[in-house]
Design a protein around this ligand. Structure first.
Ligand SMILES: NC(=O)c1ccc[n+]([C@@H]2O[C@H](COP(=O)([O-])OP(=O)(O)OC[C@H]3O[C@@H](n4cnc5c(N)ncnc54)[C@H](OP(=O)(O)O)[C@@H]3O)[C@@H](O)[C@H]2O)c1
Length: 335
């Protein structure tokens, strides 16, 4: 059993450290460096003193694509930037994140900013959400795309002690989405797209962390079904709010990082997957909560339609993340 720990410094300090005064002159450096040092020393929110980042214009739509440093998420971020959105690029790899941000800012008409957060740390997810709430007055689109595939075929744990895929692919999405909900509600009409997969295995509620009969494929498929179940619940909770939510299997074996790591021969293109996601972003022609395979609405695993199983998953997710829901409204209460 391997326990994965965060590999580098806290994302917020990393964000400050990355090219803090890149474009400034020497005189600018001293002007910016003094408050930065004071801020770090005094524990002020570091994002307040980070390099001048792209900020959205008052009428510009803001989109967050989790896991947009590579693969499908990268393509989605580029497409949204090319449409004029302000794109919040997210992942762990700062170099690849900066490359995506630079490409969007250079190409226009949209702009972008990178945030590092490790979804294998619930503390990181909370800080990420809190910082986005502080930095952005609106959020029109949330694409929960980040994911960790079935390879390696090893049981991994997060720093919170949870089964790795369950947390990275599902639990952190649950926490992040609920914490960002006030901004999405303020910005409605808004949209949430959960990038799931056709690989779906029912959750065994007596062994959610898969201590027995573990396989990477089972862990991945359970986490992906959990995303679809979450999407159904969200659709119910968000009725009448102007927020539409959908989930999908984007395309089968696109040539992305997780498919390469699994050693599988690609069968479709990243463009096909991105077209399917963008359909859920753009179309007014589907019912909130619907699950798609590529461009077609389809039926997910039976457990997604089992209200009892969904309620169990929701209870467990609340316990593990500190989210509490009352009268259909959920918020972070700590824990
Ligand atoms: N590829 C396919 O054929 C296929 C099929 C069905 C569904 N999907 C779904 O499509 C989505 C995108 O995957 P992909 O195929 O594009 O794979 P990918 O190239 O491996 O991209 C995964 C993304 O998720 C991020 N990520 C992974 N672990 C993370 C963590 N602990 N914290 C924060 N970010 C993390 C990665 O960022 P960093 O590397 O910067 O951490 C990267 O940007 C996933 O949800 C996947 O399940 C893919």
């Amino acid at each position: 059993m391997i326990r994965i720990r965060r590999q580098s410094a806290h994302w917020r300090s990393a964000h400050v450290a990355r090219r803090p005064v890149k474009a400034a002159s020497w005189r600018g450096c001293t002007l910016f460096a003094a408050p930065l040092l004071v801020a770090v020393w005094a524990g002020f929110p570091s994002h307040a003193f980070a390099q001048a980042p792209a900020v959205p214009a008052p009428d510009q739509q803001v989109a967050l694509v989790t896991g947009s440093t590579s693969g499908l998420g990268r393509e989605l971020a580029l497409r949204l930037g090319a449409r004029g959105n302000h794109v919040i690029v997210h992942g762990r790899n700062e170099e690849r994140g900066a490359e995506v941000v630079d490409a969007i800012n250079a190409e226009g008409p949209g702009n972008a900013r990178f945030y590092r957060a490790d979804l294998a740390s619930l503390a990181d997810v909370r800080r990420f959400a809190e910082t986005l709430l502080a930095d952005y007055g609106r959020l029109d689109l949330l694409i929960n795309n980040a994911g960790f595939g079935s390879a390696p075929d090893e049981r991994l744990l997060t720093e919170d002690g949870h089964e790795y895929r369950f947390q990275v692919n599902y639990l952190s999405t649950f926490l992040l989405t609920h914490m960002l909900m006030p901004r999405l509600l303020d910005s409605a009409p808004a949209r949430i797209v959960n990038v799931s997969s056709g690989a779906q295995t029912p959750i065994d509620f007596t062994d959610v962390m898969i201590e027995n009969d573990f396989s990477g494929r089972r862990a991945y498929a359970q986490s992906k079904l959990a995303q679809v179940m979450f999407t159904h619940d969200l659709a119910e909770e968000l009725q009448g709010t102007g927020i539409v939510v959908g989930s999908l299997h984007p395309a089968t074996y696109m040539p992305t990082g997780m498919v390469r790591r699994a050693g599988v021969e690609p069968r479709s293109t990243i463009d096909e997957g991105a077209d399917a996601v963008m359909q859920l972003v753009d179309s007014d022609d589907y019912e909130s909560g619907q699950y798609f395979s590529g461009l077609r609405p389809t039926r997910a695993n039976d457990q997604a339609y089992d209200a009892g199983a969904r309620a169990r998953l929701k209870r467990l997710s609340q316990e593990l993340t500190g989210i509490r829901c009352r009268m259909g409204r959920c918020r972070y209460v700590g824990g």
